[in-house]
Ligand binder design. Structure first.
Ligand code: AMP
Length: 121
């Protein structure tokens, strides 16, 4: 899988494009989606160069894997949508063409702040 360094999230990670940051640590960056689909629509991306979840699952280190999962939980808590700080949310990642992925850098969408509806249209 070839990672395209010119994708928009790579530019955000390099600081070339601004984002509305929610959280950052050694493993993840989280920011608000520019085109929110729900009251809360956050994105959580790993700092490493991974095209999608398959690429990440095959090639990321155990530390990066734990870091991403922990990052999602930290962001959900921070936004008060987690199962302990709020009423829950949906975490979703699109993979490839049929998955509807537009940006070729792995990202999890966190939807919440209201009921998020049917799982698949
Ligand atoms: P996907 O279809 O899963 O690849 O989702 C890509 C998401 O990135 C969409 O929800 C876009 O609204 C979002 N997006 C694109 N550009 C930006 C940006 N500059 N800042 C924040 N979110 C963005």
């Amino acid at each position: 899988m070839i990672y395209d360094d010119s994708n928009i999230f790579a530019k955000i990670l390099r600081g070339e494009i601004p984002c509305n940051k929610i959280y950052e640590d050694d493993f993840v960056l989280s920011f608000h989606d520019i085109n929110p689909q729900k009251k809360i629509h956050a994105l959580v991306i790993p700092k490493g160069k991974y095209v999608d979840l398959d690429d990440f699952s095959m090639n990321a280190s155990p530390e990066e894997m734990v870091g991403l999962l922990k990052g999602i939980n930290i962001v959900a808590k921070k936004l008060e949508i987690s199962s302990d700080t709020g009423k829950g949310y949906r975490a979703l990642t699109n993979i490839g063409e049929y998955g509807g992925q537009e940006v070729p850098h792995l990202h999890f969408h966190l939807f919440g702040g209201e009921g998020v509806g049917k799982m698949v249209e």
